[in-house]
Design a protein around this ligand. Structure first.
Ligand code: CA
Length: 266
């Protein structure tokens, strides 16, 4: 199946650095976001190092089962970060989330650690395909707090699994069958905290993925902007028609002019 994809990231309106990173390799069928942490520029190093390591691993292992390849690639990323941190004490606290999607033929496999997310839009329905690996989400799964209480819980942003810690790493993996027209969104928490209602993604059909990613990130920053925001949009199926592309640009122009009007009014 033909795959189209695009990504966008924004530092936001408060932070001075962008610790998020994203990866789009449509030829390989690999898409990912990583949200780094650790201070002293360590978060940026961790997220980029993780995606470079994952990309190299998947590129070199094209014949092997996708779930194995992604789990091993994310574990290799973790080891690379641990080794980098050992060599540079100022980066001892660095780590990252990784959420990746590997598309092969008519199947897609996800590999995931942390609180970045993968959503799928199919026939207008939006489904979250990953679990959040946060302490608060673990409490929800244990039945100790309700799902509605999780976002405001003090542990909402404490990761229960991190890429870049010593010891065994449990990578969440799953494989799903693709249907023509499926859209996927990979995003960092700076994005999902801001655009928490997943319907916005369905609203953007049939916008071209690169335009959709930029629109969504611009919207997320406009609504919140306290954290770095990143989105990768992957579309399965036929190429976008010329007419659809024109309408995508029209939407982008409208959004930009609305944002400008708002700024001028302030
Ligand atoms: Ca973040």
């Amino acid at each position: 199946m033909e795959i189209l994809a695009g990504g966008a990231t924004d530092t936001g309106r408060v932070r001075s650095t962008n610790e998020d990173a994203f990866l789009v390799d449509a030829e390989l069928g690999l898409f990912a976001v990583a949200d780094g942490m650790g201070g002293h520029a360590a978060g940026e190093v961790a997220s980029h190092l993780a995606l470079e390591t994952l990309h190299a691993h998947v590129s070199a292992a094209s014949e092997r089962p996708a779930e194995e390849v992604l789990a091993e690639g994310i574990r290799a990323a973790s080891t690379a970060i641990v080794e980098h941190a050992r060599a540079d004490r100022s980066k001892s606290q660095m780590g990252t989330t990784v959420t990746a999607l590997l598309v092969r033929g008519d199947r897609a496999t996800l590999g995931h650690v942390g609180d970045s997310r993968l959503y799928r839009v199919r026939w207008g329905e939006v489904d979250k395909l990953t679990q959040d690996h946060t302490a608060a989400a673990e409490l929800v799964r244990a039945g100790a707090i309700s799902e509605a209480d999780a976002p405001a819980h003090p542990w909402a942003h404490i990761l229960s699994r991190v890429v870049g810690r010593e010891g065994p790493l449990d990578v969440e993996v799953a494989t799903i069958a693709l249907a023509p027209g499926d859209r996927f969104l990979l995003c960092s928490d700076g994005f999902s905290d801001s655009l928490s209602d997943p319907r916005w993604l369905a609203d953007l059909e049939p916008t071209a993925p690169d335009v959709a990613a930029r629109l969504l990130v611009a919207r997320a920053v406009e609504l919140d902007g306290r954290d770095n925001a990143t989105a990768v949009v992957v579309v399965v199926g036929a190429a976008e028609s010329r007419r659809e592309r024109r309408s995508s640009w029209k939407r982008l122009r409208t959004l930009v002019s609305e944002a400008l009007d708002e700024l001028l009014e302030e």
